[in-house]
Design a protein around this ligand. Structure first.
Ligand code: F6P
Length: 543
């Protein structure tokens, strides 16, 4: 039986018919709405009162979650059952933030012990770099870090380093931290000219250590060091390269020195890996204490997800309301709108987390689904997006669900009045936008009809995620919240959220195109478009 033939799905469909007729401007006339539809845990309050729901919707959605055995799936996730069935693995990112004294057996082995051992190794490396003991080929202390990675080996640490840049906790010497991901080498080419090879350390991050994007950038970086230093590869590898991977053999064959290797495991998905050694740039940027605070924030959300009743459980509600929007209100676009410049990379991070996890059209056993799954996600720092794509949110033809993310406190500890008022301005804009999206504008003003081009139809649902303050702890909670939200939705949609087979064919196809491109041979086995484009590229290259 599929979820769509369950009675809880049918009930929600009937309920949606009724709710289609209620506009948010009417729903928001209810004074008690905020009280009944906002929920808090730790430093995070989530307001669902601008969603097109009522108490019945939540009740029916919780029934749907029970029908899909969400509580059972949560237990299986945390217990380390091999729920990533297509790869026969558990998905144990939660173990990375588990308390040191607990234990969790996977294959007869306590993995919490491994996690702790790795954290200690990571801490030693951080100490050596922060104290200036880690020196480059010329004997000078390292002052610049370049993380080379892509996807899950880039987006998490990149986002966190930006989000937490002001939150240094016992972070030792200040280091410049750069991120390089793009296959075409453009980011690397941009920064190499301004870097000092003698004081630059590269972190090559790749779960598989086979990703061509990352290995190409690492190769270019090593060549740059070789040319600039004139020293041999053994010294370059020992002084200037750290590797982070679940594949130590590949790290070794690339040349990463044994002591410079940090490992994680195949039971951590790439896009769930910023809590592992992949988070080394975060620890270098904000200090190991800050990194541990971030883990604690995530752990606190894990505990909440495990133990809170479904109808008060933040990730459960966030996930279920997303399902409501997609499957019952027919909304297939989702905008991520942080009102905080530090969260500039959150949209890109969530694009991978959500769309690589749940962007699927077959169930866990490979059968086609007859219902919609992951919506299209995109986003931008909210105030900037106000001057860009909000026009479509307010007056376009697409229904879009929005997440507004903002902190209540920002510059309280400074005496900079001007910055404080900028924060107030930001809060005012955040609240104004979600309010207009919900209630729209009047169709009449002073007894005159408002012209169509000035009308705002409203009824665009949004959730506001209000952090007390952006700290390593609250940030860890926020990201774990989204991870679990994605899991909740995968359970309802009967999807395996931990594989990503849809990215494989592109890699094979690119390999088969390399030779004809390099040898300027146009191979007619390709389709006419690919063939024509190759011919044009060759003509341009011959000029
Ligand atoms: O191609 C997709 C992907 O496998 C992502 O899932 C992953 O985060 C990224 O590539 C990078 O992979 P790796 O860490 O193995 O280099």
């Amino acid at each position: 039986m599929t979820i769509t033939s369950s009675s809880s799905w049918q009930t929600l469909q009937d309920h949606a018919q009724q709710m289609q007729h209620s506009h948010l401007k009417e729903l928001l006339l209810d004074e008690s709405r905020f009280k009944t539809l906002s929920f808090a845990h730790g430093p995070l309050l989530i307001d669902f009162s601008k969603q097109r729901i009522d108490q019945h919707t939540l009740k029916h959605l919780v029934e749907l979650a029970k029908t899909a055995d969400l509580p059972g799936w949560i237990t299986r996730l945390f217990n380390g059952d091999p729920i990533n069935t297509s790869e026969a693995r558990p998905a144990l990112h939660t173990a990375l933030r588990e308390q040191a004294q607990t234990s969790l057996e996977v294959g007869g082995h306590n993995i919490i012990q491994d996690v702790q051992t790795n954290l200690s190794r990571m801490e030693k490396i951080v100490e050596r770099i922060h104290s200036g003991q880690w020196r480059g080929y010329a004997g000078e202390p390292i002052d610049t870090i370049v993380n080379i990675g892509v996807g899950g080996s880039d987006l998490g640490p990149y986002m966190a380093c930006s989000a937490l840049r002001g939150a240094r906790v016992n972070a030792g010497r200040h280091l410049k931290v750069h991120f390089v991901s793009s296959m075409d080498g453009s980011e690397l080419a941009d920064i190499l000219g301004s870097l000092n090879p003698a004081t630059t350390l590269f972190i090559v991050s790749s779960k598989s250590f086979t990703t061509i994007d990352t290995l190409s950038n690492a190769h270019t970086a090593r060549k740059w060091l070789r040319d600039a230093s004139g020293v041999n590869d053994t010294i370059i590898n020992r002084c200037h390269f750290i590797g982070i991977s679940a594949n130590p053999a590949k790290m070794s064959s690339w040349g990463i020195a044994d002591d410079n290797q940090l490992e994680f495991w195949d039971w951590i998905g790439g896009r769930y890996s910023m809590w592992s050694a992949i988070g080394l740039p975060i620890a270098l940027r904000i200090g190991m204490d800050g990194f541990r605070e971030m883990l604690q924030g995530a752990h606190s959300m894990d505990q909440h997800f495990l133990s809170a009743p479904l109808n008060e459980n933040l990730p459960v509600l966030l996930g279920l309301i997303g399902v409501w929007n997609v499957n019952f209100l027919d909304i297939h676009a989702h905008a991520i709108l942080p009102y905080d410049g530090r969260l500039i990379h959150l949209p890109a991070y969530l694009e991978q987390l959500e769309m690589e996890s749940n962007g699927k059209s077959v169930n866990r056993v490979g059968e086609s689904l007859d219902y919609r799954t992951c919506p299209v996600l995109w986003g931008e720092v909210g105030p900037n997006a106000q001057h860009a794509f909000y026009q479509l949110l307010h007056q376009g033809t697409e229904s879009v669900m929005c997440d507004f993310i903002v902190s209540a406190r920002r510059y309280e500890k400074t005496d900079n009045e001007s910055l404080r008022s900028q924060h107030t301005l930001t809060l005012a804009n955040c609240l104004a936008q979600s309010r207009i999206l919900a209630i729209g504008s009047a169709v009449q003003q002073n007894d005159q009809p408002v012209p169509g081009h000035k009308q705002y139809h409203g009824n665009q649902p949004s959730t506001t995620l209000l952090l007390d303050e952006l700290t390593p702890f609250s940030f860890g909670s926020l990201i774990a919240l989204y991870e679990h939200k994605v899991f909740v939705q995968s359970v309802i949609w009967d999807i395996n959220p931990f594989d990503q087979w849809g990215v494989e064919l592109g890699k094979t196809m690119a390999t088969s195109l390399l030779k004809p491109l390099q040898h300027q041979a146009s191979d007619s086995e390709f389709d006419p478009s690919t063939h024509g484009l190759m011919r044009h590229i060759h003509q341009q290259q011959e000029r």
